[in-house]
Design a protein around this ligand. Structure first.
Ligand code: ZN
Length: 198
């Protein structure tokens, strides 16, 4: 399967990612999909669509393998924060992606899917992932990175902390060299007069 890579600051072309696309799945897939989620986060800032957050959802296809006998995944949603664009306070990247994935698959149960998100989900998105039955998510930036840009949902996380882990949702962080770029570009956009903060 086709794959473009960059090892620098993430400015190199990543290639396209779209719903319905099939990808070979190996140990590098999580990093590849997270790099697309971070790219989406930067797109949100570039387009002034919303906060610097992006998400990708893929569906595992356990029975399907490529020519190298690697399992395949299907991309079912690629999105970024659209709060400003839609004037919808719930249009966080993970919410938009979850809706897109359900629409693409024509079902509300996403238990065979995984979420790749540019930043650790806020409590609203975390709950949406649970409602969608997505069993596992991967993320690039920590909530502390988002707080640096003014997105501080620490209090909300604190409120829900006691319930985390109970539902069995698996989460894993992957370090990416460019993971803070969306926040840096967002702060720069604020400096240039893009004054709305979400
Ligand atoms: Zn959220």
């Amino acid at each position: 399967m086709e794959r473009a890579w960059s090892t620098s600051d993430g400015t190199q072309e990543l290639g396209t990612l779209f719903p319905g696309q099939l990808l070979s799945s190996d140990q590098s897939t999580a990093q590849f999909l997270l790099r697309h989620a971070v790219h989406q986060a930067r797109e949100a800032v570039r387009k002034r669509s919303g906060g610097p957050f992006g998400a990708v959802i893929v569906r595992r296809l356990p029975a399907a393998i490529d020519e190298s006998r690697q399992p395949l995944v299907e991309v079912v949603a690629v999105s970024h924060n659209r709060v400003l664009e839609l004037q919808d306070p719930t249009a966080h990247a993970e919410m938009v992606a979850t809706r897109e994935a359900a629409r693409h698959l024509q079902r509300r149960d996403l238990s065979d899917c995984e979420l790749y998100t540019s930043c650790y989900p806020c409590p609203m998105c975390y709950c949406a992932v649970i409602w969608a039955k997505i069993p596992r998510f991967w993320y690039a930036s920590e909530s502390e990175d988002a707080a640096m840009a003014g997105f501080d949902d620490a209090k909300l996380h604190q409120h829900f902390r006691s319930s985390q882990g109970v539902v069995g949702l698996k989460e894993e962080r992957v370090y990416l060299a460019e993971h803070q770029m969306p926040f840096k570009e967002y702060i720069e956009a604020l400096r240039q007069g893009f004054t709305e903060l979400y």
